[in-house]
Design a binder for this molecule. Structure first.
Ligand SMILES: Nc1nc(=O)c2c([nH]1)NC[C@@H]1CN(c3ccc(C(=O)N[C@@H](CCC(=O)O)C(=O)O)cc3)C=[N+]21
Length: 300
């Protein structure tokens, strides 16, 4: 089988157009211009690229995309007070603290390294467009979400818009991060998904680096979602014939972007697969715009 390429970039474009129309309507009806402020600490080149893409996407959607740049040596207390200031600023609807924060060896927090959890916990849950705050994670767990985390939500939108049902299927999520793996599993297992029942009601397995017999587990997946951050770790022999493969990995290897899936091999087995770049990444940004508009609506 040769897989269909799931065009995340095109679908992200559709979502961004929808958001732009909604923003225009919201503003025309007297709402404030939605404003997203990204806080970028230090000079990590990958983070700079991401933050730049994001602010360009904001402008195109009619959203005020601001970036606050702080030096790596910023202290934990200073960063907390920056977040507090954004919480208190009524003109700011969405706050995103770009991760990872600079490590101790990169001079983060004056060489001590940041307590990332404490920073993320400080973001007002109503402005938490990443959905990283424990309040929003808890609401998601209970099936009464406000914001959905951008990457898993983008994947749900992709499946929905490509008419790929997860209902009753076995989904294997490789990776258990708070940002992707855990919320992804929860969203697909839920009774009422964010796009209706077709992208919900899955039987979900979370696999990870300690999973015994990872290959066999992956081979049992109807839908295989790779979110491990290891370049091309999922090889063709781990993909069942006809499976749908979603690659969340964005790894820079010798100046080239590669996913967590060995794309060419996996394409020989899968029925559908997302490329890297042009797959899940652009959807993450589209859903961030969606959440920013939602934040502006919630606050006005
Ligand atoms: N608080 C926070 N929230 C995040 O959502 C967040 C973060 N921190 N830190 C970094 C990661 C990474 N991330 C990406 C999003 C889109 C692309 C993306 O659009 N990628 C393009 C390629 C871009 C390129 O060429 O470099 C693609 O896959 O086609 C990549 C990476 C969001 N992150």
């Amino acid at each position: 089988m040769t897989a269909i390429r799931l065009d995340g970039k095109r679908i992200a474009g559709e979502i961004r157009e929808d958001v732009a129309k909604d923003v225009a309507q919201f503003v025309a009806s007297g709402g404030p211009k939605p404003c997203l402020t990204a806080v970028l600490v230090g000079e990590d080149p990958a983070s700079q690229v991401y933050v730049r893409n994001k602010s360009r996407a904001c402008e195109k959607a009619g959203i005020d995309g601001r970036t606050m740049r702080l030096p790596a040596e910023t202290t934990q207390a200073e960063l907390l007070s920056v977040v507090q200031g954004l919480n208190d600023d009524p003109a700011v609807h969405g706050i995103l603290v770009q991760l990872p924060l600079p490590s101790a060896s990169n001079g983060g927090n004056g060489g001590e390294g940041f307590d990332e959890r404490q920073i993320l916990d400080a973001v007002d849950p109503l402005k938490d467009v990443d959905a990283f705050s424990p309040v929003n994670v808890g609401l998601l767990m209970q099936g009464r979400h406000r914001f959905l985390p951008c990457t898993p939500h983008g994947i749900v939108q992709l499946l929905h818009r490509c008419d790929i049902s997860a209902s009753g299927k076995h989904v294997v999520v490789v990776g258990r991060s708070d940002i992707v793996g855990k919320p992804m599993a929860m969203m697909l297992a839920q009774r009422d998904g964010s796009c209706g029942k077709e992208v919900a009601n899955a039987t979900v397995t979370i696999a990870h680096s300690r999973t015994t017999n990872l290959k066999q587990v992956c081979l049992s997946a109807d839908i295989l979602i790779a979110a491990v951050g290891v370049p091309e770790m999922i090889t063709g022999d781990m993909v069942a014939d006809g499976a749908v493969v979603i690659d969340v990995g964005i790894n820079r290897v010798n100046d080239k972007l590669v996913g967590d899936v060995a794309f060419d091999e996996a394409s020989q087995k899968a029925s559908a697969i997302t490329p890297v770049p042009g797959g899940v990444g652009p959807l993450t940004i589209a859903m961030l715009l969606h959440n920013t508009l939602m934040a502006a609506k919630l606050q006005s």
